[in-house]
Design a protein around this ligand. Sequence first.
Ligand code: WTA
Length: 649
Amino acid sequence: MAEYKTIPVSDDLASNAWADDALYRKMYQESVINPEGFWREHGERIHWFKPYTRVKDVSYDDHRIEIKWFQDGTTNVSWNCLDRHLEEKGDQVAIYWEGDNPKHSSQISYRELHERVCRFANVLKSQGVRRGDVIAVYMPMVVEASIAMLACTRIGAIHSVIFAGFSPEAVAGRVIDSHAKILITADEGVRGGKTIPLKANVDEALTHTGVKSIEKVIVFQKTGNRIAWYKHRDIWWHELEPLASPHCEAREMDAESPLFILYTSGSTGKPKGVLHTTGGYLVYASMTHQYVFNYKDGDVYWCNADVGWITGHSYVVYGPLCNGATIVMHEGLPNYPSVSRISEIVDKYQINTLYTAPTAIRALMAHGQDVIKNTNRTSLKLLGSVGEPINPEAWMWYRKTIGQDKCPVVDTWWQTETGGIMITPLPGATPLKPGSATRPFFGVLPAIVDGLGNIQEGPCEGNLVMIDSWPGQARTVYGNHDRFVHTYFSKFKGMYFTGDGARRDEDGYYWITGRVDDVLNVAGHRMGTAEIESAMVSHSHVAEAAVVGYPHEIKGQGIYVYVTLNKGVSYSEELAGELRDWVRREIGPIATPDIIQNAPGLPKTRSGKIMRRILRQIAAGEFENLGDTSTLADPSVIDQLIDNREAAG
Ligand code: WTA
């Protein structure tokens, strides 16, 4: 890996940022030495109906994992994101919406957004939604997706956003697990000039046995194309909204009342419903948004994540709106209709901050200067990256080509479970090293442990853990606290285990090396190998499947599937194609295998455990040094796997 020079903080930036290096160090020290005092002060950045007196009630104790912040305070997320801004910023644009088709766009002020959220909250109430009910949101990137989310928070309903790229099967699984009462969707989504049959997917999902909880489906009309309609169940958004009152008081919620569920993949089993709660989450999302992006009033801020992921929750909707920002929401793909789309959108809205994923950066990088054709991007002040490790080359290209060498790049490491950014540069404080997520945010106590949980000092490499809680931390897995405890707190006692590996250098900077468990990160999307394997084996020709990641130039990791077919079935390219389609249908296009290899035998230990390490090496084309294979039940499968590797391409 090429070594790049450290990029110092400019004097100008240091004096214009929320924190320079000295202030960062001072605040960081305070935050970890006296978290109670630090968060007592900073918790006040949001509006509380009833102020909290308690700040941090956390137990990472082996027998009792309990995480509570500001627990006796009451507040409301939608009130903080909307009502609070009306007096001073009522006419300011809250959201610039940019369609998939560059000719389509709209804007909505804080006052208008407030009114629409109130109306839609009343629509939900009219459909019997009560505090604590779960509402599934399966929406494209339209303003109404954020209206739906904010309306839920206004009345204390818990939203569960399901990424619009997921299949009916995946929607069904999430609805069953969360017992969602209402599902909000659109007739169709539009991305890259293609339509996505969202309502038809919902219709199919709801036919699954096991889906019993959905009473109504509220449908937003996006394309107006014909869709099937079930009178007893389906209702049009546009018929209800105008009838509803524009007044809806924001309900006073306890700090620890559930805010949303978001499903994410782990190393085993089905996706988990990670649960975030109200007060701590909002404090953390808004504070990180302010400091990490050096957000100042009047900035135009664009995070191009989808609301279906945590980045869309914390840094499209809640963090920036809580801070009263003007945000941009883009419906489509970063390279449609041409590779210069991102740059054009930056110029069109005079965007100051752009926050995107390494996979998008690498995909653009391949097109060189075309990406910035006929644009100047002079409005940009800061660039952000999230979702997967960014290689230094892509980092440098991002800074140079998109940012004209004048914007700091903040590489932000965090997770669905952390609620907000955890390890990151602060633009006015942190000298940048391309490829490093650098230093912890306030209140974050990372450590690197060896396989036994021993904390390592100084420069080292190992497993990344957190040794204390922060306000944005997930509280539980919805309906399954044992799974929460088991997944995050059982491997290393008394610590939160991230599932990531990291290296710490001599300056105390963190370099994330990627997942150390069986989770893949494909184009910034998290996926469990177990989920893909279980989709594969549900096909009638498949006896067994093992899924691993392999290095992929654009996506970071690609999906490599070893498949053992049932007796009597012979492998063919046609069957491989069928299996690929099968997985797309079962999970969604993001889970489509890149490479399928015929594997009449898999490398197993005598106790029947698949040795994935070997499969990973073969997938990466590293046939030398396969390590100790003596524990394999049948070492001869290795040669066969290597032979077939060539055929798989
Ligand atoms: C990875 C996305 C390196 C990591 C916010 C983590 C990163 C997983 C970075 C969480 C980064 C995220 N550098 N790796 N800056 N950001 N990751 O839950 O493996 O979708 O555990 O949250 O993405 O993915 P999730």
